[in-house]
Design a protein around this ligand. Structure first.
Ligand code: C2E
Ligand code: CA
Ligand code: CA
Ligand code: CA
Length: 268
């Protein structure tokens, strides 16, 4: 019968079965996480290199998984995207981040990561509008960070229309992880980006940082250096023309309760 051949294979490869079970457990846990209130956001400061003061914070998702501590997003966001949960989770992130940022002194802004599938379900613009309305946060204090893969679907036309609608609400749009994808240059020109974030794998590559910062200047786009961990890197990315910086040197992601302390330290 069916399963005699291929099915039996699993019984003799315990690691495969373990992995399938771990994934099933992860999926079950993930489906229950939102109703159980297990998600939380941490906030990492972003520094304006011109004024050397705080520009805002990036909201980074964490899952407090019972008995397993704080799970980093790399371990569950890909699965959430795959099983169709990222839309709902992303809407929670938007509501939570905007209601938190509404208590920060203006003009500090919050940057929220948006997954490619969130551009596919037709709800993104509406949920941004709802989050702004509920929190009272002005649209120009909300930034969305998108990666190139979001722009590749259907040639990017559906995404383009949504980005333009978001810009009408006053939002800024960042191209995240710049340099790690395929068609970065043409996308920088065709989409209405306000900022590129240079992936942290380039933090030590002065030639790349300088070239992207120069490109940003000529296109009128701001440039954030990610993954700045040392004072030397900070001085270099500033000298190379980046307008903003983010990284462990300036501050690690922290729970909302520690944000006021960072605002005092770095100046709002
Ligand atoms: P990302 O958007 O590129 O976020 C920056 C990541 O780099 C964060 O990891 C941050 O903690 C880490 N980082 C910041 N400064 C440094 C540094 O100086 N050195 C090093 N080594 N790392 C640094 P995190 O929080 O684990 O997030 C990983 C990724 O998960 C994010 O990468 C983003 O793609 C995704 N993500 C996080 N939160 C969300 C969310 O709410 N929604 C979606 N769709 N994706 C999210
Ligand atoms: Ca990001
Ligand atoms: Ca990034
Ligand atoms: Ca990323």
């Amino acid at each position: 019968s069916k399963g005699e051949g291929r099915g039996r294979f699993n019984f003799f490869v315990p690691e495969l079965q373990d992995r399938a079970e771990a994934r099933r457990a992860l999926e079950l846990g993930l489906r229950a996480a939102l109703p159980r209130g297990e998600f939380t956001l941490h906030y990492q400061p972003q520094l304006d290199l011109g004024t050397r003061t705080l520009a805002g914070f990036e909201a980074l998702l964490r899952w407090q998984r019972p008995g397993l501590g704080l799970v980093p997003p790399a371990e569950f966001i890909p699965l959430a995207e795959e099983i169709g949960l990222i839309g709902t989770i992303g809407e929670w992130v938007l509501r939570e981040a905007t209601s938190e940022a509404a208590r920060w002194p203006a003009p500090l802004r919050v940057a929220v990561n948006v997954s490619p599938p969130q551009f596919q379900n037709g709800r993104l613009v509406g949920s941004v509008q709802a989050a702004l309305a509920a929190s009272g946060l002005p649209g120009d204090r909300l930034e969305l960070e998108v990666t190139e893969s979001a722009l590749l679907e259907d040639g990017g036309w559906g995404t383009m229309a949504q980005l333009q609608a978001l810009k009408m609400l006053g939002l800024r749009i960042s191209l995240d992880d710049f340099g790690t994808g395929y068609s970065s240059l043409s996308q920088l020109r065709s989409f209405p980006f306000d900022r590129v974030k240079i992936d942290r794998s380039f933090a030590d590559d002065a030639a790349v940082v300088r070239a992207v910062a120069a490109l940003g200047t000529s296109l009128g786009i701001r440039t954030t250096a990610e993954g700045v961990e040392t004072p030397a890197q900070l001085e270099r990315v500033r000298a190379d023309g980046c307008t903003e910086a983010q990284g462990y040197l300036l501050g690690r992601p922290v729970p909302a309760g520690e944000v006021p302390e960072i605002i005092r330290r770095l100046g709002g």
